[in-house]
Design a protein around this ligand. Structure first.
Ligand code: FMN
Length: 158
C-alpha cells in the first residue's frame, strides 16, 4: 500500500502546524501518511515512502539546517529515491521574506533525487507558505496541497 510522510523542522510551531494539516489532508485523501519532526527520521527511512513532503521555516531565505542535513544524507541513497512524489512548504516572518526561495531550495534537491513535483495553477504555486502563524488561508492551502500530493501519488502508483 502507498505511504506518505510529512517531515518538518519547527522551533515556534508555525511550520509544524502546516505539516499536521498537510498530513491530515493526505490521510483524508486515502494515502496512509506519517507526520514527523526531522529529528525523528533518518534518510534511509525515506525509502519506505512513496510521497515525501518537507517543510521548513525560512532562515535567511533558505531551509533550516536540520532539513538540509536530511537532504544531504539522502546522497547515501542516490538513485533509489527516483520517482517518488515530492512537495515542500515554508513559514516565514515576512511577505517577501524568502519563503518561496526556501521551498524552491527543497524542490531543487528533490528534482536532483528524481522526485516528481507538481505545481499548482490555482493555489500557492510552489507549495504552501505562511507568514507567521498559519491563518485560515494557509490552512486551506495546506489542505489543498495535501489532497493534491495524495492524489498524484495514488495516480502514479495505480
Ligand atoms: C535564524 C532565523 C532566520 C530567519 N530568517 C528569516 C528570513 O530570512 N525571512 C523571514 O521572513 N523570516 C525569517 N525568520 C523567521 C522565521 O522564518 C519565522 O518566524 C517562522 O514562522 C518560524 O517557523 P517555526 O514557528 O516553524 O519555527 C528567521 C528566523 C530565524 C530564527
Amino acid at each position: 500500500m502507498a505511504k506518505g510522510i510529512v517531515i518538518y523542522y519547527s522551533r515556534s510551531g508555525n511550520t509544524e502546524k502546516m505539516a499536521r494539516i498537510i498530513a491530515e489532508a493526505m490521510n483524508d485523501e486515502g494515502l496512509d501518511t506519517d507526520c514527523k519532526s526531522v529529528d525523528k527520521i533518518k534518510a534511509q527511512q525515506l525509502l519506505d515512502y512513496d510521497a515525501i513532503v518537507m517543510g521548513s521555516p525560512t532562515y535567511y531565505g533558505h531551509m533550516a539546517s536540520p532539513i538540509k542535513q536530511l537532504i544531504d544524507d539522502m546522497v547515501g541513497f542516490h538513485g533509489k529515491l527516483d520517482g517518488k512524489v515530492g512537495g515542500a512548504f515554508s513559514s516565514s516572518a515576512n511577505i517577501g521574506g524568502g519563503n518561496e526561495t526556501t521551498i524552491m531550495g527543497i524542490l531543487e534537491a528533490f528534482l536532483i533525487a528524481g522526485f516528481v513535483v507538481q505545481g499548482d495553477p490555482q493555489g500557492d504555486h510552489y507549495g504552501p507558505v505562511s507568514i507567521g502563524k498559519p491563518d485560515d488561508r494557509v490552512e486551506k492551502q495546506c489542505q489543498r496541497r495535501g489532497r493534491r500530493i495524495a492524489q498524484l501519488a495514488k495516480n502514479l502508483l495505480s
